[in-house]
Design a protein around this ligand. Structure first.
Ligand code: SF4
Ligand code: ZN
Ligand code: ZN
Length: 324
């Protein structure tokens, strides 16, 4: 089989069109797809300082390399890397090595923030405190990903603000976006669906707009891009991953995809139609957390609620008030 673009031997098939392509044409195709997404949603300006949320996994390494390449054509823009170390023993250390390799390779600025520094405790410590309290009350503790997701989101927003970035880029791919939509539907968390936007302009006084340039690139394409370009990343799963229903939803969607090949794009379309409607409702209700100043619809933000239930709120060092 020959590449339909350049005639060299093909290495794979494009899933959108079933056309054969070589490695190089595949990489160009993915980069063009990201550029189109950025243009379509007006995600970036020529002089943005882009903070890339870089965990060390495959999505964030691909995002870093593609955005770095694109930004070479915009001398007034800048790419910096932000990593949040949640404090997961035996797991994050390996990811940080992969991050170090890639930031050194591209010679980009790297800023590391940790849960320990921002919340006074690592994720492991927070979870053991949560398990202790849950046992006392004869209950099950919340999943690790609930604590991790809520606290990491606020940590990234805080880091972006502290570093003066103008856009915060996250590596969510097509599969992540559609899985998150389904997970939130299954949980009945309609508010969260309103926040799943390609560019979350975060019309608040304190937050940096978030962008998701990989949202139309599938997980398979991310893995192939990393492989064809020899990008190093951490491939081992987080030890807490099994606590989340994400892997079940992932399997379910991949099964459905065999019958409806466009299912993930269909869901993304549904999400893009729904979220602006839900968002309007949220804007009316927007308040700021009484404890830390983070945007919320309640008196306290979600992370302050979680930490206060564990009596750990006084250890938090994040404060959005001073940035207003
Ligand atoms: Fe955090 Fe869950 Fe991801 Fe592990 S799998 S890094 S606990 S969100
Ligand atoms: Zn080719
Ligand atoms: Zn708060």
């Amino acid at each position: 089989m020959k590449c339909y673009r350049c005639g060299k031997p093909a290495d794979t098939i494009l899933s959108d069109s079933n056309l054969p392509v070589c490695k190089l044409c595949f990489s160009n195709y993915i980069e063009r797809k990201v550029i189109k997404t950025i243009r379509h949603y007006k995600m970036l300006k020529y002089n943005d300082t882009i903070g890339i949320a870089y965990s060390g996994g495959k999505d964030s390494v691909v995002l870093l390399h593609i955005l770095y390449k694109i930004e070479q054509s915009f001398p007034q823009s800048k790419v910096i890397v932000i990593t949040i170390d949640e404090g997961i023993r035996g797991y994050r250390e390996e990811a940080l090595k992969a991050v170090r390799k890639n930031v050194d390779l591209l010679d980009v600025e790297w800023h590391l923030f940790s849960f320990k520094e921002l919340y006074g405790n690592t994720l492991d410590e927070i979870l053991s405190k949560a398990a202790e309290l849950a046992m006392k009350n004869n209950k099950k503790r919340l999943s690790a990903c609930t604590y991790c997701g809520i606290l990491r989101r606020k940590a990234l927003d805080y880091a972006a603000k502290e570093l003066g970035v103008t856009k915060l880029a996250a590596g969510h791919n097509l599969d992540d976006e559609t899985q998150t939509l389904l997970i939130n539907l299954l949980k009945g968390d309609v508010d969260r669906i309103g926040r799943l936007m390609p560019i979350h302009d975060q019309t608040t006084r304190v937050l940096v707009p978030r962008i998701k340039p990989l949202r139309k690139v599938s997980e398979r394409e991310v893995v192939l891009y990393a492989y064809y370009n020899g990008l190093e990343y951490q491939s081992r799963s987080c030890p807490y991953a099994a606590e989340s229903i994400r892997s079940d939803v992932r399997l379910f969607l991949n099964e459905i995809e065999k019958k409806i090949p466009s299912v993930k794009h269909n869901l993304l379309h549904a999400l893009d139609t729904l979220s602006p409607l839900l968002r309007k409702q949220q804007e009316k209700e927007l308040k700021y957390c009484k404890h830390c100043g983070y945007p919320t619809s309640q008196d306290l933000c979600k992370s302050c609620i979680l930490l206060s239930k564990l009596n750990l709120l006084d250890k938090q060092r994040i404060n959005f008030f001073q940035k207003i």
